[in-house]
Ligand binder design. Structure first.
Ligand code: GDP
Ligand code: MG
Length: 437
């Protein structure tokens, strides 16, 4: 029997790195139907009957982004045999939020605490045994980049293949929330319907898709409505926010018990930067400052001159080799253009000032003139097409610098952080933090 295994975790938690180790080079890349996000599928090197899926990185299973929808649909509909929840252990708290949601799916789950090398370098320690106990599922430490802990992970996968049932339990919320969930379950399961914890919470969060899929009847619906309203009134918050808060409390509890930071409390440079750029208040001015710097870099100075060089030099009139003579020529030309009254000066000839290389447009003009081309057609080619092409290509330096800056921000993890910070605000409008940029 083949085994389906889903790699799930936050963006940048090391999914693809682990995927490549587990599958070797044996991978195919395809698109999910209807969306442009990639899925990767491969087979375990040591056991070809184990299929591994590298799912897109997500921070939660709430259906706000296409990535979240893909992951949720895959897990709900395809129901893999095993979820490997890969966690960036150096950001335990943020990563465990998704874990709380995955555990509710009633799918066997193994937690891989990745980037354990960073945790150790910081002098921190994670009590993996305690973590495993609190989450009621196996957890092990790995470093995908260094290849440590991979053997143990593969053993666990093989173990899952034989047993097909790793006991997985979910995290409990506070009494009031649990009571509401219990009441909802009771008002439905009288019909003999058995709900997963995930479905139950989705009903509490008023998720229409789940309510429809479960074919909940009208009487039950109005009953559930009352239970939710009561919980909302008691907490003076929306049902969705109640669950979010409960998840954060649960995660915070786990971190308090399982994450041991060194007593000296000396922070690494990376941590210090992190505490500024993800600070609730400072994050926004820092973000505006960084974006302003990118704006200036990509539109001013160097890229502006490069852009002018392409659009009015290479594609229009021409340019001086190595720029020699450019300044003298420009001064003479300026004098000539300002000399409206006397008209005593001759137009300066650029080739007298340095090695002048004619631009594409002026060269084309010359050629079309020598072949006696119709003036309208000649104008269409030179003043229309070539000039237009030059103007468009003139944006290349600006685009290059802009995208270079953005991908640098993406790679150093800043984008993920700003998305995390803005997620809460934007989720009110049904958007994800990523839409901020
Ligand atoms: P994905 O977005 O979850 O697919 O993450 P990637 O596999 O692309 O990894 C994100 C970054 O983390 C890459 O630069 C990896 O080299 C790095 N990375 C992955 N695993 C580890 C690890 O165990 N330790 C360290 N220090 N870096 C890692
Ligand atoms: Mg990836």
């Amino acid at each position: 029997m083949p085994l389906k295994l889903a790699l799930t975790g936050n963006p940048n938690s090391g999914k693809t790195t682990l995927f490549n180790i587990l599958t070797g080079s044996n991978q195919t890349i395809g698109n999910w139907p209807g969306v442009t996000v990639e899925k990767k599928e491969g087979r375990l090197v040591s056991d070809k009957s184990v299929f591994i899926y590298d799912l897109p990185g997500v921070y939660s299973l709430s259906p706000y982004t296409s990535e979240e929808i893909i992951v949720r649909n895959f897990l709900e509909n395809e129901r893999p045999d095993l979820i490997i929840n890969i966690i960036d252990a150096s950001n335990l708290e943020r990563n465990l939020y998704l874990t709380t949601q995955l555990l509710e799916l009633s799918i066997p789950t193994v937690i891989a605490l990745n980037m354990i090398d960073i945790v150790k370098k910081r002098g921190e320690r994670i009590d993996t045994k305690e973590l495993s106990k609190m989450l009621s599922c196996p957890a092990l430490e790995i470093s995908a980049a260094r290849g440590t802990g991979i053997k143990e992970l593969i053993n666990t996968i093989q173990h899952a293949k034989q047993q097909k049932s790793i006991i997985t339990d979910y995290l409990k919320f506070d009494i009031k929330t649990e009571k509401a969930l219990y009441d909802i379950r009771r008002s439905i399961s009288n019909d003999g319907v058995s709900l997963t914890r995930h479905e139950l919470i989705k009903i509490f969060e008023k998720d229409n898709k789940t309510v429809k899929a479960l074919k909940i009847n009208k009487a039950q619906r109005s009953n559930i409505q009352k239970i939710i309203e009561k919980a909302e009134n008691e907490a003076s918050d929306t049902a969705e926010n109640i669950i979010i808060t409960q998840r954060y409390i649960a995660v915070n509890n786990i971190c308090k018990k399982c994450l041991h930071t060194p007593a000296s409390g000396k922070k690494s440079i990376s941590d210090r930067i992190d505490s500024v750029v993800t600070n609730r208040i400072a994050a926004y001015p820092v973000f505006i400052l960084i974006m302003a710097m990118i704006y200036v870099l990509s539109l001013g100075g160097f890229s502006k001159s490069a852009s002018e060089f392409i659009s009015s030099g290479v594609f229009k009139d021409g340019w001086f080799l190595f720029g020699i003579g450019a300044r003298e020529y420009a001064a003479e030309l300026n004098e000539y253009l300002n000399d409206e009254k006397t008209l005593s000066l001759n137009k300066p000839e650029p080739s007298e000032y340095g090695i002048w290389i004619p631009g594409v447009q002026s060269m084309a003009k010359q050629i079309l003139k020598t072949v006696n081309c119709n003036s309208n057609i000649s104008s269409l080619i030179t003043d229309g097409m070539l000039l237009g092409l030059g103007t468009v290509l003139g944006f290349i330096p600006q685009m290059f610098i802009l995208f270079l800056c953005l991908s640098l921000l993406e790679d150093c993890g800043y984008m993920a952080r700003i998305a995390f910070i803005t997620d809460k605000i934007l989720s009110r409008f049904g958007l994800s933090g990523k839409s901020f940029i």
